[in-house]
Structures are given as C-alpha cells and as structure tokens.
Design a protein around this ligand. Sequence first.
Ligand code: PAZ
Length: 336
Amino acid sequence: MDDEKLGHRSQSSAPHQRINADELRHFCQLFRFFLAQQAPLNLQTVAKRVAAFVEKHSKISGRKIVLVTSGGTTVPLETQTVRFIDNFSAGTRGAISTEFFLDHGYAVIFLHRQYSLLPYSRHYSHSTNCFLDFMASDGNGGVKAPQYTPKMLQVLNKYTAVKSAGLLETISFVDVNEYLFLLREITLTLSTINERALFYLAAAVSDFYIPIGKMVHHKIQSGGEGLLKLELDQVPKVLSPLVKEWAPRAYVVSFKLETDPSILVQKAQGALKNYGHQAVIGNILSTRKHHVVLITSSEVKDVRLNEFQIAENTEIEGVFIPEIISRHDAWIRQSK
Ligand code: PAZ
C-alpha cells in the first residue's frame, strides 16, 4: 500500500503539528485497520465522483464545501452478514443540517447510512402519512389535501434548485468499515480546498467492531450453551489523523453524544484537547432536538429552543448552524 493510501497525502503548506505518544498509538491502530480490513467495492467509483464534485466547486470563487456525516454505522457479526449491532440514529441531524448548509450556499457531500433520512425527501419519507396521500386527487383536477401543497412545493423547489446546480453529492455506507474507508477517501480529496472545507461529523459511529480476521464466515448457530459471547475490538480513533494529517487546514466540527448531562461538557472539552479540532457540538440523547452545547477552545455556549419554538417544531440546526458558519468564515479570513 502506498503512502497516500495510508493517509500521508502531501500537504506542502500544511501546518504540521507534533504528535504525542497517545496519538501515535491511534495512528498505528488506524494504519493497521486500513491494512487488515477490506476496502468497500465501490471505493474507486466514489473517489472519482467526489474528486469531480470537489474540482467543480473549487473553481467557483468563494464556494465552501462541507462534508456532513449522518446516521449510525452497523457492526457485522459474520462476514456473510445475517446479524449486526446497530444504534439508534435515524440521520435526522445530518439530513436537516444538510438543508441548512445548502440554504447558506455550501456545496455538500452527504455521507449517510443507507436508508436513513435524506435531505428534502425526509419531509415525507418517514412520515406516518404516506406522501402519496398529500397528492391524492379530489377527482376535479385538484388535490384532496390542499393544505400540504405550499410546503410540498417549497421543498420541491429547493430540491430541484440544488439538484440542477449539482450542489449535493450523496454517498451511502452501512457498516463501520465502509464508513472509515469512505471518510478517509473523501477527507483526502476535500482537504485540497484547504480552509474552505468544513467537516461536520454528526454520524453515530460504533466504538467497537469485530476485525475481519476474527469474524466467522457463516451465520452464527444457536444451540450449545445457549449463550452468545462476543469479543469486540476498539474502532481506531479517526479524528486525530483527520485533523492533524489528512485535512490540517480545514474547519472540523465533531459531535459528542451522552446520556448523562453532568459529563457532557467535560467530555467535549476532552475531545477538543485530544484531537485539536475547532468545535464540538455536545448533545444529550433525550433532549438533542431542542438543546445542544457549542464548545470551542474559548467558549461553552448553550443553544436551546424556547417552549414556543418547540411547539412550532423549530429545527435547532437552523439556530446553531449559522454560528458554525460564522466561525468557519472567520477561520477562512484569518488564513489569508
Ligand atoms: O441521527 P439523529 O438525529 O437521531 O441523532 C443525531 C446524533 C445524536 C447521532 C448526533 O447529534 C451526534 O451526537 N452524533 C455523534 C454521536 C457520538 O457521540 O458518536
């Protein structure tokens, strides 16, 4: 495997930082991961699509590109996968955020879990009403439920405009292995636009996995003692190499999910310190749709919807994404 595939794409003007012993361990774990695991079959196809997308938008003066990761990764238990471990994420945060970034003029690479929520179609795809009911005919050339028409039209118009301008590239993953290979490939390409690149890592990525060398090939059989004992390895930490090696000039926002509010800020600050990136959005599982904490090296800012906003189904991403964008813009300005 060549140096580039291990993540050493040369960045002649990159501000290389010293790495400590912990980071060196993470780097080694990650290199071993990429050497041992199998790359997804569509990696080269995705690489070409992303390269073309980044090249096209990099030529447009002032155009910023964001990578949004979204949804949960699975952890397969067999190489011919019948069973897998999954998590709760439906990709709501990522799909909503993508729409707001597009509203603000970004081009978006949307790396999402297959069949999770997608920008624009999310307004109808997982609705308890079938979207076809919204369009059902009243028999007189109109629709049965005209109250939905203005919103549907608004979503359709935005979707059509984004599509015709080629502003959205969607790429899907299922398991954590695919996610990591795709993330590295996209990052190395996106890093070529330096400060104009924004990473917005909202996917819920598994912390543990079964390496290919330790996985059984066929379906795990029941019987015997009736117990299933699994041994999982730690997924290598990817944020440190991403920030320090792969995209050292980009603005990087990671997410931190907890269930215990008393440790959220401390964990987010720990992540910032360990990985050296620019911002963490902290959220608690049960309140994530109306409360987040924006944490940078110099601030801890609570972003909360009020009761009225909650009742109106306001999307909190519309409140904190402008904050992220203004910090990204400042990052670009200070690099000049
Ligand atoms: O996908 P969703 O909208 O249901 O949830 C979003 C989220 C909680 C997965 C995201 O905001 C997040 O915190 N992602 C990072 C999770 C982590 O700590 O790994």
